[in-house]
Design a protein around this ligand. Structure first.
Ligand code: VGL
Ligand code: ZN
Length: 201
């Protein structure tokens, strides 16, 4: 068992990011058995859940003349447009059916504000609006995080970099993540996490 000061952060292991989902990450379902096994070692287990209202600003369908994976400028910076995914209450937004959700102490939902996306478990894409996860972890006395889940180059990357920036010791178990890999985004993410002091295992 790990010490009480460590938490496992399981990012977005939801149907839409798994095989057959609306924004399927290649091999996404493959992380589930390993994550379930890891949960048994941690007293603190946090799940994140991408949770968008219908018509969310990150959906290409909300932008006439735009296609999925185009990049647009939003008031808070560049935003990739995605296929509709993880719509609140939909089957696609549910956790993978084999994920042992009962082990989780806390579920953080993100991306629920209509006009702003949220890749990170800590801040929305303006990098300043907090989700509240930092306070939850600190008030439990947690200062070390192990991160796993989907997708390596978006939500795991942003979460890991933000956590490191907030002063947590962060490790990403890359064997328990899978990437979308748009135009070299995986390599960029690996470099960015390394520069931020995230341990890539
Ligand atoms: C994610 C794109 C859009 C992720 C979420 O979980 O990595 N990627 N929404
Ligand atoms: Zn999303």
């Amino acid at each position: 068992m790990r010490p009480d000061s460590e938490a496992l952060i399981v990012i977005d292991v939801q149907n839409d990011f798994c095989d057959g989902g609306a924004l399927a990450v290649p091999g996404g379902s493959g992380v589930v058995p390993g994550i379930n096994a890891m949960m048994l070692d941690f007293a603190a287990v946090v799940l994140t859940q991408d949770w968008h209202p219908r018509g969310h600003a990150s959906f290409a369908s909300s932008h006439p003349q735009r296609a999925p994976f185009d990049v647009v400028e939003m008031p808070y910076g560049a935003q990739v447009l995605w296929p509709d995914h993880c719509v609140q209450g939909s089957a696609g937004a549910a956790f993978h059916p084999d994920l042992t959700v009962d082990r989780a102490n806390m579920i953080v939902r993100k991306g629920f504000r209509p006009g702003i996306d949220s890749y990170s478990a800590f801040f929305e894409n303006d990098r300043t609006t907090p989700t509240g996860l930092e306070g939850y972890l600190r008030s439990r006395g947690i200062d070390r995080l192990v991160m796993v889940g989907l997708a390596t180059d978006f939500c795991v990357n942003f979460s890991a970099v933000d956590a490191a920036r907030l002063g947590f010791a962060v490790e990403v178990r890359t064997d328990l993540t899978r990437a979308i890999d748009l135009d070299g985004s995986l390599e960029q993410a690996m470099d960015g996490m390394g520069d931020a002091g995230v341990r890539l295992v």
